[in-house]
Design a protein around this ligand. Structure first.
Ligand code: IDP
Length: 149
């Protein structure tokens, strides 16, 4: 089973969309193994988005992510990293497929409501940035016996 890091960005929190997004992942069959509401420090934003540090949009991205609380989650399931990336849709909401989260709930690349890790390596790195090991919970969900072959 994969684990992936997902974060409702401040615009998603302010717009009251946390529950909607959680419902989609739960309905898919993914298992929530960690969650918390937090304001990210500048250091944490730099670590999270270190590949974009030199990009012209980085200052705007950093102030957006620090503009209010984020809702941080860890989700587990078969191919969870790839599945969640498809569920959130393309980075630019204008190009995100209808039915995806960004396709259904956002318009602007600079306010795209949600983040999810883009590879298993990023997922491991990002979960390590945002969660202590004891904040990720191992447990079975009752429906696992019917979800998987
Ligand atoms: P991702 O979030 O789909 O993985 P990345 O290319 O890793 O996309 O970009 C990280 C975040 O940086 C995006 O989700 C978006 O919030 C922001 N971003 C990326 N490109 C732009 C841009 O051209 N203008 C403003 N913000 C951008």
């Amino acid at each position: 089973m994969d684990r992936t890091f997902v974060m409702v960005k401040p615009d998603g929190v302010q717009r009251g969309l946390i529950g909607e997004f959680i419902s989609r992942f739960e309905a898919k069959g993914l298992k929530l193994v960690g969650a918390k509401l937090e304001r990210l420090s500048k250091e944490r934003v730099i670590e999270q988005y270190r590949e974009h540090l030199e990009k012209p949009f980085f200052p705007g991205l950093a102030s957006y992510i620090m503009s209010g609380p984020c809702f941080l989650m860890a989700w587990e399931g078969k191919d969870a990293v790839a599945v969640v990336r498809r569920m959130i849709g393309a980075t630019n909401p204008a190009e995100a497929a209808p039915g995806s989260i960004r396709g259904d709930f956002a318009l602007d690349i600079g306010r795209n409501v949600i983040h999810a890790s883009d590879s298993p390596e990023s997922a491991a790195r990002e979960l390590g940035i945002h969660f202590a090991p004891d904040e990720l919970i191992d447990y079975s969900r009752i429906d696992e016996s019917v979800l998987y072959e």
